[in-house]
Design a protein around this ligand. Sequence first.
Ligand code: SAM
Length: 303
Amino acid sequence: MQSPWIRFGGAAVGTVIFLNLVLKPKTFRTVMIGLGVGLTIGSTITYINSLRHHSLTAKYVPIGITGPQANFHEIQPQIYNHLSQEYEERGELELGEEHITVKPNVFAQIGVLDIGGVRTMWTKEIVPSIKNSIQKELLAASNTSDTNVESEIVFCDIGSGVGNICLQVLAETNCKKTVGVEIIPSRHKAAQTAFANAQKMFPSIYRGKNALWVEKDLVQCASTLKKEGVNVLFSHSWMFDDDLMRQFTKVITEVPSIACVITSRKLDNHLLQSTPLKLHSLAHFSADWNDKAPFYVYTRSSS
Ligand SMILES: C[S@@+](CC[C@H](N)C(=O)[O-])C[C@H]1O[C@@H](n2cnc3c(N)ncnc32)[C@H](O)[C@@H]1O
């Protein structure tokens, strides 16, 4: 078998002879100069790159700011193996739960942020916002380093479904406590089971982590959020109606520890005036229904 270099050389010489025959002398000269310059630049770049000690291969970067912890892509399928295909196909509802979906304040449609979406939300919105707004109080008081900002976050998902976001945040970041508020009982139970599985299957990742699940209508959760010291609130609230968004905003006004809110639907401007929260930006995260699902980000500072 011929060496690839001999074959490559043969092809190159053949091409030059062919071009010499078919092109006019002036055109042939221009093409050859172009090829020569391209070859020189290309091989110089390749040589310089081979001297460098890093590779350009894409690597998994954990969403936490404090170093690698876990990859939820590997964890999720294992801790959710209790969800049957029929349950998922029914839209994450048990038979017999249909009547709940038509009760006032219940918007049971599923729509989930995907793993990449949660990572973008955490790194691009939540951590910077907490640094901006509560860093001064927390860090000045305790002289805590930047890397501990995450561990000061008590993250709450309003309408937490089967608990995917809370469990990803606990696995992949330094956040130690999450609260999931969910009105559909089977989703609440599925989240509890997933957390129990997570603690059993991945003890080193979930050690010292606390996922609290609250089976309630969100309009009744202010006292729990206050008691748990929630400071970051997320809601995939795209289907909530205006009245529920007003009640949601009222809950926020009753929890002074909240420093950042991320919600698909806007909060009630009028009610929000009694809080230090201001609309900061419109962000986009990938979800199962939209690669760029829009979310409003409210923070304590508007900058
Ligand atoms: C679009 S899903 C979000 C699921 C998950 N948080 C995510 O983004 O990956 C909205 C969730 O809110 C819940 N929900 C709807 N109305 C509610 C209410 N009044 N109180 C609490 N949860 C509610 C639904 O049952 C559903 O699980």
